[in-house]
Write a protein that binds this ligand. Structure first.
Ligand code: NAD
Length: 485
């Protein structure tokens, strides 16, 4: 059984709370504010400004004004600014990490790690050649494909990895010559606002604007006539609204949405290495990762051993407040998500034949803690298998025939990631080709380099972020044909 413990000190002690929103180079404090809750206690520990439509208008106007000058810089100059941002993130990693832990719940070392990784990633992203080139040149004409910045990007992020996602959107927009108005989740606004404050003296006024507010602010952003593109990361349900709303002004959209990633374990997979990697993927960030493994299909011959191996790894994870250095997994980030996971667990308990092999324990309070849980005996129609659980509860399913396993893995509206586990990489690659997902890995799950386009098939997304393809989605392709004189 896992050891759930409480922090000795309140987590808000020693936090460097942000002073306001970044609009047109200024830190702006609003008269109205909303509460931010510490998921380890369920209590309010800070407030964030609640932007209104005027704030948004000012931010979009500032971004539009800054755009021509920013777009006129070359890639090297823009890369230089991104390198300064990365360096500022590294020197501020500890205070930013503390803030991230307080509002998101993840262990402090993971939070500091997220800030540092974000710094590395934005530097890596700003090295790509996305300018285009000559498509064809012959005696008659020369055809060039060029990529031009779009103008103003609206970025909308969720609460699970707020720093990384905000920085990836900011870096992609800036490097490609755009300006950005970014809105973090109302559940985790503080670390993103603090980044705005930290980089205010680096980015030219108006190029980066960061506004906090409720879901309405997201709606206004997707409707705003001064915004040219929406880069959205969040749930499938909200993604639908975003796409519909963006249609009115033909905004470009990139949607990074939810997933229900399958892992298919073949009989020849390495038991220990596979169990290590699956448990890492399924339980990282308390299971709140879009491309976490959320369903495991194991061949019958390996099934009992794999269930036991996954259960022992889950049971070894120490759960507790992120501010406690002993914690390896924090709470679920918010009450709504917590209640969803608890309801899924209750559904498992009410299902004949289903078994909670380890975990399943929910702390009565305070905070939104659920122990890492491994479940067997469910069929594919069970809500825990069919839906995105976004929590540390992993169903393990048995199969006999690989064609059947692939069919079951594909029998979902989701299509973000998937993995195949086998000693035979070539066979793994063949199976990967038959899986309906935007990203498939053999013998690992996730951990893409920044050069790999990230995104989902089916309802898991629209378009790609990162890599050259992702960066170019922040630009308009222009074909220029010039006759030979
Ligand atoms: P969410 O859709 O509830 O909210 C995401 C963001 O959208 C928030 O900033 C929210 O304020 C805003 N928003 C809400 N309603 C809006 C509207 N009508 N118009 C515009 N913006 C609106 O998602 P969440 O619960 O914050 O995040 C969890 C989800 O995000 C999970 O499904 C997860 O899989 C997904 N996710 C996907 C990726 C990916 O890259 N594919 C990465 C991380 C998380």
């Amino acid at each position: 059984m896992n050891d759930i413990h409480v922090a000795e000190k309140p987590v808000q002690a020693g936090l460097a709370l942000p002073g306001g929103m970044l609009i047109d180079g200024q830190i702006v404090v609003d008269a109205t504010a909303f509460d931010v809750i510490d998921p380890a206690t369920g209590e309010v520990f800070a407030q964030a400004p609640d932007a209104d439509r005027d704030d948004l208008d000012r931010a979009v106007t500032a971004a539009r004004c800054a755009f021509p000058h920013w777009a006129a810089h070359n890639f090297a100059a823009r890369r230089g600014v991104i390198a300064q941002i990365a360096s500022r993130l590294r020197t501020s990693a500890e205070p930013l990490g503390k803030l991230l832990t307080a509002e998101q719940g993840k262990p402090l070392r993971d939070a500091i790690g997220e800030v540092r990784r974000a710094a590395d990633h934005i530097e890596a992203l700003s090295t790509f050649d996305v300018a285009g080139g000559v498509l064809r040149e012959d005696a008659r004409e020369r055809v060039e494909i060029r990529y031009r910045p779009l103008g103003v990007v609206g970025g909308i992020t969720p609460w699970n990895v707020p720093v990384m996602l905000a920085m990836v959107k900011i870096a992609q927009a800036l490097y490609t010559g755009n300006c950005i108005v970014l809105k973090p989740s109302p559940l985790t606004p503080l670390s993103t606002l603090a980044i705005g404050e930290a980089i205010a003296d680096i980015v030219p006024p108006g190029t980066v604007n960061i506004l906090s507010g409720g879901n309405d602010l997201g709606v206004w952003l997707t409707n705003h006539p001064g915004v040219d593109k929406i880069s959205f990361t969040g749930s499938v349900a909200t993604g639908r609204h975003v796409m519909a709303s963006a249609a009115a002004t033909f905004k470009r959209v990139t949607l990074e949405l939810g997933g229900n990633d399958p892992a298919i374990v073949l009989p020849d997979a390495d038991l220990d290495a596979t169990a290590d990697a699956i448990a890492r993927s399924a339980f990282a960030n308390c299971g709140q990762v879009c491309m976490a493994i959320k369903r495991v299909f194991v061949h019958r011959t390996l099934y009992p051993a794999m269930v036991e191996a996954l259960a022992s790894r889950a049971a070894a994870i120490r759960v507790g407040p992120g501010s406690d250095p002993r914690s390896e997994m924090g709470p679920i980030q918010n009450r709504m998500q917590f209640e969803k996971v608890v309801a899924l667990l209750e559904g498992v308990r009410a299902t004949p034949g289903a078994r909670i092999v380890t975990g399943g324990i929910v702390r009565a309070g305070p905070g939104y803690f659920v122990e890492p849980t491994v479940v067997t005996g469910l069929d594919d129609e069970a809500p825990l298998v069919r839906e995105e659980q976004f929590g540390p509860v992993l169903p393990v399913l048995v199969y006999d025939d690989i064609d059947d396993a692939i069919r079951r893995a594909n029998a979902t509206e989701f299509g973000l990631g998937a993995s195949v586990w086998t000693h035979d990489s070539a066979r793994g690659a063949d199976i990967a080709e038959r899986i309906e997902a935007g990203m498939v890995w053999v013998n690992r799950h996730g951990g893409n380099g920044r050069d790999v386009p990230f995104g989902g098939a089916k309802h898991s997304g629209y378009g790609r972020e990162q890599g050259v393809a992702g960066m170019q989605s922040y630009m308009e392709m222009q074909a220029v044909t010039v006759p030979k004189d």
